[in-house]
Design a protein around this ligand. Structure first.
Ligand code: FPP
Length: 250
């Protein structure tokens, strides 16, 4: 594992990594267990990813924990996920402090059960001065809903003359998203072989490198995380420029 870390150039790490933690249900099913068993076994992968990101100097990592569409899952599974969120946050809080992790949340947080909201708020408050890495949980998150909300809020400002239409630019949009305090995503990792973005950070991923792996989320470990970083570093990010411009630093 350390060997893999050594092959990573620390001056070229993604600043913001987004993760779609997929495959918990299939992982559980493979062992003859119910889907919730898969979610309960997701924590090592989360810890390894955050630790890996922290070790290489990545400053932001955002994990897709619950989408707006996930509310349509069986009530049993939704309840189990909400319960898991509360117990996990409480259990991990001392670790977040020890590892200097600042916790953040994006999404329609007010739609979560009040116990989940309270626990989340407590963990956010208590870790707010941590500086090593910002770990954002996307909860009841949907990118299209986020954009619709942004448009509504911007429109209100235009209507009450707080904002001139001519002054609306990309920064205005950024400032009205749940991610207003996060930079653009550089790398998106999705496990379980599905090659989709699934309504996650659509605006923020405009120039992100996308990395897909067949591994199911509960099996994902730090060395697999480093594989994604190595692959990212082997890609050339051109942002619309030519390869020659990039190599000559124009
Ligand atoms: C996708 O796997 C995973 C989810 C929808 C939930 C993600 C939640 C966790 C990783 C754990 C809880 C989070 C916290 C913050 C404690 P899936 O269920 O869609 O798997 P499948 O595609 O194999 O059915």
């Amino acid at each position: 594992m350390d060997k893999k870390l050594q092959t990573i150039s620390l001056n070229k790490v993604p600043n913001h990594i987004a993760v779609i933690m997929d495959g918990n249900g299939r992982w559980a099913k493979k062992q003859g267990m119910n889907r919730v068993f898969g979610h309960r076994n997701a924590m090592t992968a989360i810890r390894d990813s955050v630790d890996g990101a922290s070790e290489i100097g990545t400053k932001f990592i955002t994990m897709y924990a619950f989408s707006t569409e996930n509310w349509n899952r069986p009530k049993f599974e939704v309840d189990a996920l909400m319960h898991l969120l509360v117990t996990t946050l409480n259990k991990e809080l001392p670790e977040f402090q020890r590892k200097n992790v600042k916790v953040n949340a994006i999404g329609n947080i007010s739609s979560l059960p009040s116990k989940a909201q309270k626990t989340l708020q407590k963990v956010i408050d208590q870790t707010k001065n941590n500086t090593k890495i910002t770990l954002s949980f996307a909860l009841s998150y949907g990118s299209r809903e986020e954009i619709v909300n942004a448009i509504k809020n911007i429109s209100k400002k235009v209507v009450n003359t707080q904002l001139d239409i001519e002054n609306i630019d990309e920064k205005t949009i950024n400032n009205h998203l749940y991610t207003f305090n996060l930079p653009d995503v550089d790398l998106m990792i999705r496990t379980s072989g599905e090659q989709r973005i699934s309504n996650f950070l659509l605006w923020q991923m405009a120039y992100a490198e996308l990395y897909f792996t067949e591994m199911l989320w509960p099996d994902f470990r730090k060395e697999n995380f480093f594989d994604a970083i190595i692959e990212y570093q082997n890609r050339e990010r051109r942002f619309g420029k030519t390869s020659e411009q990039i190599t000559s630093n124009e």
